[in-house]
Design a binder for this molecule. Sequence first.
Ligand code: HEM
Length: 395
Amino acid sequence: MEGSPSCKDQTGRRHEAAGVVAFVKDYMGFLLPADLNLLWTIGAMLVAVLGLMLLSGLTLALSYTPDASLAFGSVEALERRMPSGWLLRSLHMTGASFFMAALYLHVFRGLYYGSYRAPRRGLWLIGSALLVMVMVTAFAGYVLPWGQMSYWGADVAGKAVGAVPVIGSLLERVFLGGDAPGTPTLHRMFVLHFTLAFSIVGAVVLHVAVLHARGSSSPSGPQGETPARMLPFYPYFTIKDTLGVVVMALLFTTVMCFWPGLITEPANYRPANPLHTPADIEPEWYFLPFYGMLQAVPSKFGGLLVSAGAVVVLFCVPWLDRGLGWTGPQSGMRWLAWLAMSVLVASFVLAGLAGSHHVQGVWLLVGRLATVGYYAYFLGFLPFYAKLANWGERA
Ligand code: HEM
């Protein structure tokens, strides 16, 4: 009969619905090690903040103008005149800081517990690619309001790119769209910001799908991954993740409403002025460790290599630590991993402190020591730890 679905259509739809139900059931029944600690709720927090960033970002984009003479005014107008515009912008700005903080914790967690080892090497590589994408997105977003730090941040980044031998000046022109930051730079950053934001969603879906295929690691090593010591995602970990997200939301609201100065830079509330260089040009707090490393090296190109290398080295981690045996808490070697992780975290923080000061005198020394400490973890400790683990396994 015309208008009524054919028998074939109905069967097709029934199959589709059954597929969706099976997919949801599969994810809900996904088995995870029962001993996952609170650090394993950070992934869920990242997903929640990513959703918030996309929603608030899309709404902000409706009233933003990527033009050097209008950008600052358009952001001011949406803060002051658009209903709840101030709230949308605060959510987006606070979200960026929380996202980066959660991301760093997520990476340090993975390093400490060796979550990058086989069979999760691919998962780690997708994660490392995600880190790069998120960092570029955050940088591009910071340029958009066209305040003093946006302008001078773009200028410093352009000059850093320009330090690449031979093709540097070409790269700088492509990056800025001219000799100095201006409207073409804003167009580039705007396009980069939202295209990457959506690509991140795709990469996160892949990240979680690979996790689903490979299974989650356990804080107590492979013995924690045996079926007898597993629990289904629903209801156990859905409750735990929800609790983590609620606690983070409370912290988020507290910072956003009562301590906004913690994550905002006053200089960026002044419009970009190419004729006035601020006394201290510094990036957002989450880029300070890399900025500190950039400045700790006397040559510009050397600084760029060391700073970019600090992220690139993460891609090599699964091959730097080729340990076969588990070096988990029961192995008696955990104290060593703990010590090395403390040095890594301290180096990261100190590099950030160096980045927030004029890198000269004592801060230059601090920046250099922190850079050495950071690289020593990856290039010294991880290969050594792997050898130790393999030796322990054979003994
Ligand atoms: C947009 C950024 C990211 C999101 C939304 C995200 C999301 C998630 C989620 C939901 C999980 C499962 C829950 C958990 O273990 O916490 C997870 C696990 C994991 N992620 Fe990410 N992630 C991101 C970035 C990264 C990065 C930058 C890395 C490393 C370089 C990474 C490495 C891992 C690893 C190794 C696991 C498996 C942990 C395990 O169970 O052993 N992720 N991620």
